[in-house]
Design a protein around this ligand. Structure first.
Ligand code: T5A
Length: 217
């Protein structure tokens, strides 16, 4: 954001790619460098958006894809207005687990919602991440991680293999189409290996562009 020294980083990818794990580690690494950091997630991240999260994940409704798209964007508009923008305005780094690329991958590629419609909503939002890291794992690795974790599956996790393959293809296509914002990262290694690779991306991304001595790797 112009004038702010905060940065907006999103982590994206399919189920079990390791976003939650890596966003916690990234947040900790930034805090250790004395940077102000806010960690948040979607759907959710503000009171209204958390209400919509409950409806979307466990509400028991099989939404039409355009309606589901709008619900995700309604939650996102709240999240941006109440949480993300105020943090960036206060020069805080924002680490967000999922953002608008998830709507393109899940509702667009996965559920067949019109991608032009999603692109239009994304433009209206008026905010894009400075960096998006797409964590990429095969369906086999993802399924094994989810099985080991053992939590009850939400509505999206219960969708079939073909759906999750389309979601992965969507994320890969987004990363390829937007190299100025996105980096596709192989996330199939162990937690420490992926964290090291992710931190390398973050330091390289911001150091030359911003020239900030505060984030020297
Ligand atoms: N959604 C969301 C949409 O459809 N449209 C949208 O616009 C948005 C914003 C959110 C759901 O909503 C959908 C997508 C999602 O289905 P959620 O509960 O927030 O649901 O779920 P996810 O974001 O998918 O989070 P998950 O927890 O399922 O996956 P993560 O965060 O990618 O993975 P993580 O870190 O929790 O790890 C999963 C397991 O693997 C282990 C962890 O310990 C954990 O047990 N693990 C590893 N194991 C080995 N090696 C590694 N490198 C590992 N990294 C993690």
């Amino acid at each position: 954001m112009a004038g702010s020294t905060g940065r907006f980083i999103t982590l994206e990818g399919g189920e079990g790619a390791g976003k939650t794990t890596q966003s916690a580690l990234l947040t900790q690494a930034l805090i250790e460098r004395d940077l102000p950091v806010l960690r948040t997630r979607e759907p959710g991240g503000s009171p209204g958006a958390e209400l919509l999260r409950g409806i979307l994940l466990d509400g028991g409704v099989d939404w039409a894809a355009p309606a589901e798209t709008l619900l995700h964007f309604a939650a996102r508009v709240e999240h941006v207005a109440k949480t993300i923008r105020p943090a960036l305005d206060a020069d805080t780094w924002v680490i967000c687990d999922r953002f608008f690329d998830s709507t393109m991958a899940y509702q667009g590629y996965g559920q067949g919602a019109d991608r032009g419609f999603i692109t239009g909503l994304t433009r209206l939002l008026g905010l894009a991440p400075d960096l998006t890291i797409v964590l990429d794992v095969s369906e086999t690795v993802a399924a094994e991680r989810m099985r080991r974790r053992g939590n009850p599956a939400d509505r999206y996790e219960r969708l079939d293999e073909a759906f999750h393959a389309r979601v992965r293809e969507g994320f890969r296509a987004i990363a390829t189409a937007e190299p100025a914002r996105c980096v596709l990262l192989d996330a199939s290694g162990d937690v420490a290996t992926v964290h090291t690779a992710l931190m390398t991306v973050v330091w390289r991304w911001f150091r030359p562009a911003q020239g900030s001595p505060r984030i020297a790797g």
